[in-house]
Design a protein around this ligand. Structure first.
Ligand code: ZN
Length: 411
């Protein structure tokens, strides 16, 4: 995706703001002797920012606007060590709400909708983001927050909620509860806006068929406003994102090099107008790709594919980056194989080899199926794996997350 002249000017404006404020990244840029960038090429040489660095700025080192302009902070989770604190100015909060309202509009939500919000409120960007966006749009908010399923369902019935905002797992829980109680006819939901995390098409179909609603994936992360920087439209599953607020790049997560549009890699985000804590080239570790074609819905906003996992899941084989979701996507084209598979990577006679184990029942020719899958992987990813077809039930099952990739090169 090309950086427009306007975006380049916005980047330079943010670099000056960072340097002048002497904030955490301002100091880093100054030390690196960076004052502005004159071209896409130069922009792509700017250092990345990383979540681990953001932690070093704890508590308020990222603050780039004067204190009197900061109206709120949010914090992103830290499973280990310090959290990341992101300060927002009043304009940042408003810009976020504008983007979020745009997401609702893209999903066909209007002022007449009643928006039932189940993500949590507090330091998180979740609940409050859904709420401000809905208020900006002018819809009625039912600010439930998480938990208490009985009350959720009662309010959903009494308030005639039409839009459910939830994580995919909570949406599924509510759907199954509604089905179990046999009260589907009392529920008025039409759409679900689901906070973007990786969720399988099985789960999506289940929620959508039980509740009879359309589902939308909303994208975002606390470091960059929060949820609301992108969403899919009714026409396609790819997500539009708001390129007047954020600039997205896709990079090779190993080399850090920019990848051409259409190739899978890590999303890197630059905030174009953020004041409280601007970020330049922030590595999200989310895997996706830019969709170069124009959308059939007619919107001019650029698009990325669904989030297909994290860079930590990735394997490099024969110089090609591969991640389990790509293999999963290919296997989903073969209805005769089960949902279980295993990838073994080994280094034999000087070269990397992938063995792909899949399961099927006795009704198909194992050898022919193996060959068809190998040809498909070659055409989609660029190398030929050794495919081993086994009987259903042979691969190990796990109640927790199944181990899909076994890299024998490092064992
Ligand atoms: Zn579209």
């Amino acid at each position: 995706m090309k950086l427009s002249e306007r975006q380049l000017n916005q980047v330079n404006d943010r670099i000056s703001a960072l340097v002048n404020a002497g904030s955490f990244y301002g100091k880093k840029l100054k030390e690196a002797g960076i004052e502005n960038v004159s071209s896409q090429e130069k922009f792509e040489k700017l250092p990345f920012s990383e979540k681990n660095d953001l932690r070093e700025a704890y508590p308020l080192g990222l603050m780039t606007a004067p204190e009197e302009d900061i109206v709120r902070i949010h914090s992103s989770s830290g499973t280990t060590g310090l959290p990341v604190i992101i300060p927002y100015t009043s304009k940042d909060v408003d810009d976020w709400a504008i983007q979020f309202a745009r997401c609702y509009e893209m999903a066909g939500v209007t002022k007449l909708d009643r928006i039932h919000i189940t993500p949590g409120y507090g330091l998180w960007t979740a609940g409050i983001g859904f709420q401000w966006g809905a208020e900006k749009l002018g819809a009625m908010v039912i600010p439930m927050g998480p938990g208490n399923t009985d009350k959720q369902i009662q309010m959903m019935i009494d308030m005639k909620s039409t839009v459910l905002c939830a994580t995919s797992s909570y949406a599924l829980l509510l759907a199954e509860e509604i089905e179990k109680r046999g009260i589907k006819d009392q529920i008025h939901l039409k759409k679900g806006i689901i906070g973007s995390e990786r969720w399988g098409s099985n789960m999506r179909e289940r929620i959508s068929s039980i509740l009879g609603i359309e589902l939308y994936d909303i994208y975002g992360l606390t470091e960059i406003y929060g949820p609301g920087i992108g969403i899919n439209c009714p026409n396609e599953s790819y997500m539009h994102y708001w390129d007047d607020y954020v600039y997205l790049e896709i990079i090779d997560p190993v080399t850090g090099e920019n990848l051409p549009d259409g190739e899978w890699g890590e999303i890197v985000i630059t905030t174009l107008v953020k004041e409280g804590a601007p970020l330049i080239r922030y590595r999200t570790h989310d895997l996706s790709r830019i969709i170069p074609e124009k959308c059939s819905c007619g919107s001019g906003y650029p698009r990325i594919d669904e989030i297909r996992g994290r860079t930590d899941d990735m394997i490099k084989i024969k110089g090609v980056n591969v991640f389990p979701a790509q293999i999963e996507e290919i296997l989903s084209l073969f209805p005769e194989v089960s949902s279980e598979y295993q990838i073994h990577i080994s280094h034999l006679e000087g070269k990397d080899t992938m063995r792909l184990y899949v399961e099927t029942d006795g009704t198909v020719d194992f050898a022919k199926l193996a060959e068809r899958i190998a040809v498909k992987v070659k055409s989609k990813i660029g190398f030929t794996p050794i495919v081993k077809v086994v009987e259903i039930g042979v691969l190990p099952r796990s109640e927790k997350k199944s181990k899909r990739v076994i890299d024998e090169r490092y064992e």
